[in-house]
Design a protein around this ligand. Structure first.
Ligand code: XMP
Length: 328
């Protein structure tokens, strides 16, 4: 019997826009054949995989795709806005935007244990998505941005991180997974061919719990803003200095303690910002690349000047092992 979780031998590697266009054409036909006049639901986070699936399905079935974007308040600066702009305004998608910021931050209040935070974020996401799904009528399909490494990892039992578990048993959908045999680099070429912006297609990996695991300890709104604003400055400067795409992952984290400093001649007690930048092949081990010192001091100056409540910036020099990439 054919194993429908094994990449077909006939699927050649997608490295060019021409190959991507041929793949898109095939998938459009196959999705149309699978869903016919049915309606398809998709959780659209704005990450590479779900964005590519959305763009592909918009092409295949237009308004019969219903995208749900949950803003849980833990996305990077401008990300939710970009999802709405690209999909709703530019691609005319049927997009439901759910502002769940207060709800997530409420659930996370006072929770400092990292795995518990991850669990709450994953579980609450399912709950919000489930509530939205139940409000809709006539949906019989669920689209997912599963990619081939997800299938291989779950076969091997390697999958280390669980972001989103399953939907409740009584919500029965047939799955639509148009990129499930593609590797990440192939998904990016398909995204490019579908006309998605580079900032979506070539985005660095971002953990499911988002800034939630970079606002260390119990999340507070003031520190979450410190993380979001400092991360935006770091990304802007890395992009402006040609490091985007050269450094595998880079971000900031803000711990849940303050340190003493001096501002305007007065003692102040404020948060530090940690800069993390790593290179890796598979995220199992990682090294810290050399970043020009002048760039680091420039980023430090900008963060100290522009981010409220911060009086110190440090650069993490630790490789993995023995440090992990994320701080929690
Ligand atoms: P660590 O910190 O374990 O991270 O060295 C390895 C890679 O995994 C990402 N990461 C996560 N991704 N959900 C995710 O989807 C998570 O809970 C999670 N925690 C870490 C991390 O960003 C890095 O790329």
């Amino acid at each position: 019997m054919e194993d429908n979780n094994v990449r077909p031998a006939s699927l050649e590697r997608i490295e060019t826009i021409e190959a991507a266009n041929a793949f898109i054409e095939e998938q459009v036909a196959s999705v149309r054949e699978q869903v016919k006049d049915g309606r398809v639901l998709l959780a659209l986070s704005g990450g590479v995989d779900s964005s590519v699936v959305a763009a592909l399905l918009i092409k295949a079935i237009g308004q019969n795709l219903v995208c749900v974007h949950v803003n849980h308040g833990l996305l990077r600066k401008g990300e939710s806005e970009q999802v709405v702009r690209v999909f709703k305004h530019e691609m005319n998608a049927n997009l439901i935007y759910v502002d769940a910021v207060d709800r997530f931050l409420g659930k996370l209040e006072g929770v400092s244990e990292p795995e518990k935070k991850r669990h709450i974020i994953g579980e609450e996401f399912i709950r919000v998505f489930d509530e939205e799904a139940r409000k809709l009528e006539g949906i019989s399909f669920l689209a997912q941005g599963t990619i081939y490494p997800d299938i291989l990892e779950s076969k091997d039992g390697v999958k280390a991180h669980h972001n989103v578990g399953g939907l409740p048993e009584d919500l029965k959908f047939e799955l639509v997974e148009p990129v499930k045999f593609l590797y990440k680099d192939e998904v990016r070429v398909v995204g490019k061919a579908l006309g998605l912006p580079d900032s979506m297609v070539y985005r660095q990996p971002f953990p499911g719990p988002g800034l939630g695991v970079r606002c260390l300890g119990a999340i507070t709104r003031d520190r979450l803003e410190c993380v979001r604003e400092s991360d935006a400055i770091l990304r802007e400067e890395f992009a402006a200095n040609g490091l985007e795409g050269k450094v595998w992952q880079y971000f900031t984290a803000v711990p849940d303690f303050k340190s003493v400093g001096v501002k305007d001649g007065k003692r102040c007690f404020e948060y530090p910002v940690i800069i993390r930048a790593v290179n890796t092949k598979d995220a199992m081990t990682a090294v810290v690349p050399e970043i020009p010192f002048s760039l680091l001091t420039h980023i430090t100056d900008r963060i100290l000047k522009e981010v409220k409540g911060v009086n110190r910036v440090v650069f993490d020099l630790s490789p993995k092992p023995c440090a992990t990439i994320e701080w929690e």
